[in-house]
Design a protein around this ligand. Structure first.
Ligand code: TRP
Length: 376
């Protein structure tokens, strides 16, 4: 069976280090590995609109930002098809059929959707919506796991590189595939998620030490941040609040600077930027013992991050001078993606037997039935 990747991001802002270690870096490695027959990378503007209906301009303007981030990280449009979700209307039709295979109750149990409803402060019951004057849950938002199943299955994706918050979406997708195939015959492919292997990458905390990097919390380091912005953010980063003097023993667990080092640092970085230590384990041991100041560790982290980010910044600056071409690339990618999705949709319609005009057996048998009735 062909090995196919599909993944994507909502264009609600520029991409940050959480996106990078959670999925972006992996995608580029997978692209370079040459092990996949097709790679589809989707800018999920339609999904972004499910909870940004009142701010379409934000979504619209961020499509190019996400595309620039992709290209500057090394996604290569000659090897990976980069496209815009809304430009593939076949995805909506698929979702429309899948909606019949999923219950409201099943959607209500989706832990990611649940958490997002909490985070956005939507009223959860009809009564609450009325009495507390809180906005209710948009239907499109509530059903986005189904739309995501369309995104994945339209391309017959076998592999979805993503963060662990996407696991419930994959589970939902596999259930839909299973149900569809058992009712209509084998048509769709069950996908697998490909999670980051390192715990720090699974959920990179924000610079303030909070569980997640998130634009609304203002705790992000963006791929497009300048070296100076990066320096300021790292210098202000949350460490161990009890590590007051250099001599004090410090905690490494929950210390954001060390979590970032877990996600980014490689042994060769020590030779280059901190030759007094041979490895991250040695650095951590010294910090735990006491006698190692935060500033020294932060300066090391800045050097490590800059080594990763400098080539990304350079490529971004170049692509920023070619916005027209980037839109052209997205247009071509969307055309390619649409053709693939349309082919799957043809198979889906045939499996569901709603391809009436191709169905000679249906037309001829009904014609014969009425001819026979007339002749009696
Ligand atoms: N839900 C993803 C995000 O929030 C975006 C997305 C939409 C996606 N469709 C997808 C990711 C399909 C993987 C597969 O960023």
């Amino acid at each position: 069976m062909a090995k196919i990747i599909l993944t994507g991001d909502r264009p609600t802002g520029k991409l940050h280090l959480g996106h990078y270690v959670g999925s972006l870096r992996r995608r580029v490695e997978l692209q370079e590995s040459g092990e996949y027959d097709r790679i589809f990378i989707m800018i999920a503007d339609a999904q972004a609109l499910t909870d940004n209906a009142d701010d379409p301009e934000k979504v619209r303007r961020n499509v190019i930002e996400v595309a620039l981030d992709y290209l500057s990280c090394g996604l290569d449009p000659t090897r990976s098809t980069i496209f815009i979700q809304s430009q593939v209307p076949e995805l909506c039709e698929l979702a429309f059929y899948y909606m019949n295979l999923v219950t409201v109750q099943r959607l209500q149990r989706n832990p990611t959707v649940k958490a997002e409803i909490q985070m956005r402060g939507f009223a959860e019951s009809a009564v609450e919506g009325d009495t507390q004057q809180r906005a209710g849950i948009p239907v499109g938002f509530f059903t986005y796991p189904i739309s995501q199943a369309s995104d994945i299955t339209a391309f017959k994706a076998t592999t979805v590189p993503a963060g662990e918050d996407q696991e419930p979406m994959l589970e939902q997708t596999r259930e839909i595939v299973h149900k569809f195939n058992s009712i209509y015959g084998p048509t769709l492919v069950e996908p697998e998620i490909l999670l980051p292997t390192n715990a720090a990458c699974l959920r990179l905390p924000g610079t303030d030490g909070k569980a997640k990097m998130s634009k609304s919390l203002g705790n992000c380091i963006y791929l497009s941040d300048s070296a100076e912005e990066l320096r300021k953010k790292v210098m202000g980063m949350y460490t161990d609040p009890d590590h007051l003097r250099v001599e004090d023993p410090g905690k490494v667990e929950g210390n954001t600077v060390f979590t970032y080092l877990d996600a980014f640092c490689r042994p060769e970085h020590f030779e280059r930027y901190l030759p007094d230590y041979a490895s991250l384990d040695e650095l951590k041991a010294h910090y735990r013992r006491g006698g190692l100041g935060d500033v020294k560790v932060k300066k090391f982290l800045i050097a490590v991050l800059n080594e990763t980010l400098e080539p990304i910044r350079r490529r971004r600056a170049e692509y920023e001078q070619h916005i027209e071409e980037v839109y052209h690339m997205l247009e071509a990618g969307s055309k390619t993606a649409r053709a693939t999705a349309a082919a799957t949709l043809d198979e889906v319609r045939a499996a569901m037997r709603i391809n009436y005009f191709d169905d000679r057996e249906l037309i001829e048998s009904q014609a014969a039935q009425y001819r026979a009735a007339q002749q009696k």
